[in-house]
Design a protein. Structure first.
Ligand code: SAH
Ligand code: SF4
Length: 371
């Protein structure tokens, strides 16, 4: 069977894999071992499964692939904290995925789509347009790739000459996942939520659902579904403006999902889930960083248990806005604090390798027809 016809192991939840294995008349014990070899043992080839019977491995070979996505290229930031990988998917499409290492934590920033249909002008992914949704397995595979990278960079392990070891204090285990790479996760709701189910599996990647955050441009039907879901990931909503007119000027889809309805959906999420919500605000100098706008945010979010993450604009080709300076960001934060709104200014990391928010793009892939 050609490799393309095989399904990736990462497309399956543990229950689905168990059912599939049962349909081949093999014991569920084999499914459990296979799952553990892949998610705990790091198996990436059928040949790595030497504790499983040959007959089972032969069957697997014809049905399932354990192969990770091919790395088309990788970039390491000069400070050693950030790495960006260009991964080639089975159909020739390419996506970017980013590993961010901090003191005390490591975070995977993964893509949910190749490109994005939402068309925000200040975002490189938006400017490249939409190519396709990613499958659950393609989302899970990004996390597994970054987990292997992190483990390989552990101090004392034999690293390739080009390897940058983990910075001091950085953990070698990946515990946090943000769906903030390429694409709009709530435009690909079912695949994203299935990937989250696989990632949170206690016998699998075991990434706590409270350590997974999904960022949306404001797709209201998706927010409502998330609000009604059982124990969904954290929600971050890209706000960027506190009036409908200003928001629609920055985010084209705000015309479809207006600010008042968006806030109502956010309040519903908070009520249903009894949790706070994050709002993202890309700080663009002179555009949305004035004291008046900070006061408008304070009034808009009154009574919502929220945290605001301020992201100074990262440079991208084709958009000539500038990031707000430290003083403007500080002033914005101080005003939010007067309304009881906690906020952070996101550390600007990985800009030398274009791995910051909104900078992910696969221009070359866009020019290539899918194979
Ligand atoms: N599609 C989702 C998630 C991916 S983008 C969303 O829009 O929320 C992740 C975050 O980066 C969003 O808050 C987005 O608005 C922000 N962003 C996009 N372009 C940016 C840029 N050039 N500089 C800083 N932040 C940017
Ligand atoms: Fe898509 Fe988010 Fe970029 Fe907007 S900011 S184009 S929604 S990835």
């Amino acid at each position: 069977m050609p490799a393309g016809a095989l399904r990736s192991i990462h497309e399956f939840t543990r229950d689905e894999l168990t059912a599939l294995v049962a349909s081949w008349d093999f014991s569920p014990v084999h499914a459990a071992r296979l799952w553990s070899c892949v998610y705990n043992g790091g198996a990436t080839r059928i040949a790595d499964l030497d504790e499983l019977p040959v007959r089972f491995r032969t069957r697997l070979e014809g049905e399932i692939s354990l192969a990770p996505p091919a790395v088309a290229s990788e970039l390491h930031s000069a400070d050693g904290f950030t790495r960006k990988y260009l991964l080639a998917l089975g159909d020739g499409r390419r996506i970017e995925t980013v590993l961010m290492r901090f003191t005390g934590r490591a975070t995977a920033c993964v893509s949910s789509q190749a490109g994005c249909a939402m068309g925000c002008g200040f975002c490189a992914t938006g400017r490249m347009g939409f190519q396709r949704h990613l499958t659950p397995g393609e989302i899970v595979a990004q996390v597994m790739h970054l987990r292997r990278v992190l483990a390989a960079a552990e101090p004392g392990r034999c690293a390739a000459p080009a390897e940058t070891p983990n910075p001091p204090g950085a953990p070698s285990r990946l515990r946090n996942v943000v769906l903030m790479g390429m694409g709009e996760p709530l435009h690909n709701y079912d695949a994203v939520m299935k990937a989250v189910d696989i990632l949170r599996d206690q016998h699998g990647p075991a990434i706590g659902v409270r350590r997974i955050t999904l960022s949306t441009v404001g797709v209201i039907p998706g927010i409502v579904r998330l609000a009604d879901a059982i124990n969904p990931p954290h929600l971050a909503v890209s706000l960027h403006a506190a009036t409908q007119a200003e928001r629609a000027a920055l985010i084209p889809v705000a015309a479809r999902w207006p600010l008042d309805a968006l806030l109502a959906a956010c309040r519903y999420y908070v009520e249903q889930q009894q949790r706070r919500i994050f709002f993202e605000w890309t700080l663009i100098a002179g555009r949305n960083d004035t004291p008046e706008q900070a006061h408008a945010v304070g009034r808009l979010l009154r009574g919502v248990p929220a945290q605001v993450n301020l992201i100074p604009l990262n440079p991208i080709a084709g958009y000539d806005g500038a990031p707000s300076d430290r003083a403007a960001a500080r002033r914005f934060q101080d005003i939010l604090a007067d309304y009881g709104l906690p906020s952070t200014v996101r550390q600007r990391r990985g800009l030398d390798i274009a791995a910051g928010c909104g900078q992910l793009v696969t221009a070359t892939a866009a020019e290539e027809p899918p194979r």
